[in-house]
Design a protein around this ligand. Structure first.
Ligand code: HEM
Length: 90
């Protein structure tokens, strides 16, 4: 069996903003990442990185630095897949 990744819906993702003691999660290319450990290391700064927290950051990320290999960089931070509302129960 493969790794049991979490199925994360947009409404669950929305709670993971990196604020009020919550971890920061984002979705990129359909994968969900816990970017909390990376906040202090982002070359563009923590606040900029956190603009993609709690939501699908694919478009924003791609507008800024499409050349950055996030899949490689964040492989160990991947925690799940973004799914539609309701799909997490299946
Ligand atoms: C730079 C990674 C999200 C804004 C960089 C660089 C990396 C990186 C590796 C250096 C790129 C280079 O020098 O060619 C990431 C990862 C992200 C992410 C892994 C998501 C998980 C974001 C977001 C924003 C952002 C959401 C803004 C809304 C910037 C800016 C720089 C930068 C402005 C340029 C910093 C400079 O050169 O002074 N990021 N980034 N990044 N990033 Fe991100």
């Amino acid at each position: 069996a493969g790794t049991p990744y979490l199925k994360v819906t947009p409404s669950q993702l929305k709670t993971m903003t990196g604020r009020r003691g919550k971890d920061a999660w984002t979705a990129l290319g359909g994968r969900v990442y816990n970017i909390t450990p990376y906040v202090a290391f982002h070359p563009g700064g923590g606040p900029e990185l956190l603009r993609c927290a709690g939501r699908d950051g694919t478009r924003l990320f791609g507008e800024i630095h499409p050349w950055v290999n996030y899949e490689g960089m964040l492989a160990s931070c991947m925690i799940g897949m973004l799914v539609e509302e309701g799909e997490e129960k299946k």
